[in-house]
Ligand binder design. Structure first.
Ligand SMILES: Cc1cc2nc3c(=O)[nH]c(=O)nc-3n(C[C@H](O)[C@H](O)[C@H](O)COP(=O)(O)O)c2cc1C
Length: 382
C-alpha cells in the first residue's frame, strides 16, 4: 500500500478525503442524488437489509474472485461504471481511472460525456466499454460509435434510464449547473481548494484549454462553460426500443442496456438480442422515487438470467455490497462513485487503492460466508 493512502481504510475514508480535496460544488455533483435524495439513503438501507447466511466449516484457505463477464475472465467481478466529467475530478481523470482498471484487470466504461477522448484513454491498455447517450441526430450518434469501435471498445452500454434531465437543485445553488457558469460563489469555492485548482483546472488550461466534451463532433463541441450544446447532439427524449434494434443491427460487439428495473423491460432486452443488462437506478442520481436494484434483481435474474448476463450497480461502498448483488443474482457489479473518490485523492493510485479495498473486503466476506468461488454466493441467501 502506498504510504499516502495508509489512512484510507475503506471507501468512506476515501469519500471524506475527496470531500476535502474537491471544490464543494464538484464534490456534490459526484456524491449527491436528485430532488429530495431519498433514494440515496434507501439504496443504502436496501443493501444493508440483504443479510447473508454463512456456510460454516468449509475450507476457505483458497478463495477465488475470478469472474467471467461477457465472455472474458477477469480477477474481480467489477466494471468501472461510466461517469461523466471524471476528467474534472483529476487531471486526465478518465485516463487515470482506466489505468486503475487495467491494473486490476477489469473493464473501464467510457462515458459519452467524458472529458478525455477515448483514443487517449485506450493508451491505458484497459479493456474499454463505451457508454452511449442517444443524440437527437442518430447519424451523428452512429459516427460516434464508429469512433468508439475504432478506438477498441467492443462493448456498447446504452443508458436507458435518463429519459429526462434530472433535477439536481444543489448543482444550481453551487454554480455547478451544466453548462458551468462563472460566479463569485464558484470562484471562491475553487480558490478554497488550491490543490484542485492548480492540479486539475490550471493544468487543463495550460495543456488543452478549457475542458470540453471530448466525444462531441468538433464542429459542435461545446466548452463546458458555453451556453448550449447544438441541438443535434443534445440528448434525445424519443429513445425507444427502435433505437435498441438499430444499435443491435449496427454494433458488431456486445450490447448492454444500463438502467433496467423491471422484469418486462429485462425480457424485452433479451428479445432484442442484448448480451447483458445493468440493473441500476443510476446510483440514485436520476428518478428519486425509483425502486432500488436489490428489490428487483432476484425477479429479473429468475426471468432472464439464463438468456443474458446481469450486472448490477448503485450504492456499492463495501466488498460485502458486491457479495450482496452477486447473491441476489448478478454476475458482475459496476462501481461509480467509489473509484471516483479514490481518483479525487490520488489519481490512478487512489482509484487502485479503492479497488484493492473492495477486493480485500469481498474476499473477507466470501471467507466468512464459506464461499470459495463467486458462484457459491448464490447459496448464501437465507
Ligand atoms: C459523477 C457521476 C457521473 C455519472 N455519469 C454517468 C454517465 O455519463 N452515464 C451513465 O450511464 N451513468 C453515469 N453515472 C451513473 C454510474 O454509471 C453508475 O450507474 C452509478 O454511479 C452507480 O452507483 P454508485 O456511484 O453508487 O456506485 C454517473 C455517476 C456519477 C457518480
Amino acid at each position: 500500500m502506498k504510504a499516502a493512502f495508509s489512512q484510507i481504510l475503506n471507501v468512506a475514508d476515501a469519500r471524506r478525503a475527496a470531500a476535502r480535496r474537491l471544490p464543494h460544488g464538484l464534490f456534490a455533483y459526484v456524491d449527491r442524488g436528485s430532488e429530495d435524495e431519498t433514494s440515496i439513503a434507501l439504496n443504502r438501507l436496501d443493501l444493508d437489509a440483504v443479510r447473508l447466511a454463512p456456510r460454516i466449516l468449509r475450507d476457505v484457505s483458497t478463495i477465488s474472485t475470478l469472474a467471467s463477464i461477457l465472455g472474458r475472465e477477469q480477477p474481480l467481478p467489477l466494471v468501472i461504471a461510466p461517469t461523466a466529467f471524471a476528467g474534472l475530478v483529476w487531471h486526465d481523470g478518465e485516463f487515470a481511472l482506466a489505468q486503475a482498471a487495467a491494473k486490476a484487470g477489469i473493464p473501464f466504461c467510457v462515458s459519452t460525456q467524458s472529458i478525455t477522448p477515448i483514443e487517449h484513454i485506450a493508451e491505458s491498455g484497459a479493456q474499454l466499454w463505451f457508454q452511449l447517450y442517444v443524440w437527437k441526430n442518430r447519424q451523428r450518434m452512429l459516427g460516434l460509435l464508429e469512433r468508439a469501435w475504432a478506438a477498441g471498445a467492443e462493448t456498447l452500454v446504452l443508458t436507458v434510464d435518463t429519459a429526462m434531465p434530472p433535477n439536481r437543485e444543489y448543482n444550481i445553488r453551487n454554480g455547478f449547473g451544466m453548462p458551468l457558469k462563472a460566479s463569485w460563489r464558484a470562484g471562491l469555492d475553487v480558490a478554497l481548494h488550491p490543490r484542485w485548482a492548480v492540479g486539475v483546472m490550471l493544468r487543463a488550461l495550460l495543456t488543452g484549454g478549457v475542458p470540453s466534451y471530448a466525444h462531441y463532433p468538433e464542429a459542435f463541441r461545446s466548452r463546458l462553460g458555453r451556453e448550449t450544446l447544438s441541438d443535434e447532439v443534445a440528448l434525445a427524449r424519443d429513445v425507444t426500443w427502435t433505437d435498441v434494434a438499430l444499435l443491435r443491427r449496427q454494433w458488431r460487439g456486445k450490447l448492454v442496456l444500463k438502467g433496467i428495473l423491471r422484469v418486462d423491460d429485462a425480457r424485452s432486452a433479451a428479445e432484442h438480442g442484448c448480451d447483458a443488462i445493468v440493473v441500476s437506478n443510476h446510483g440514485a442520481r436520476n428518478l428519486d422515487c425509483a425502486v432500488g436494484p436489490t428489490q428487483v434483481l432476484p425477479a429479473i435474474a429468475e426471468a432472464v438470467g439464463g438468456r443474458m448476463e446481469i450486472l448490477a450497480d448503485s450504492g456499492v461502498r463495501r466488498g460485502a455490497d458486491i457479495a450482496r448483488f452477486l447473491a441476489l443474482g448478478a454476475t458482475g457489479v459496476m462501481i461509480g462513485r467509489a473509484p471516483l473518490f479514490g481518483l479525487a485523492i490520488g489519481g490512478s493510485d487512489g482509484a487502485s487503492r479503492v479497488i484493492e479495498i473492495l477486493s480485500s473486503e469481498l474476499r473477507t466476506t466470501m471467507g466468512f460466508l464459506g464461499s470459495t468461488e463467486l458462484r457459491q454466493l448464490r447459496e448464501t441467501l437465507p
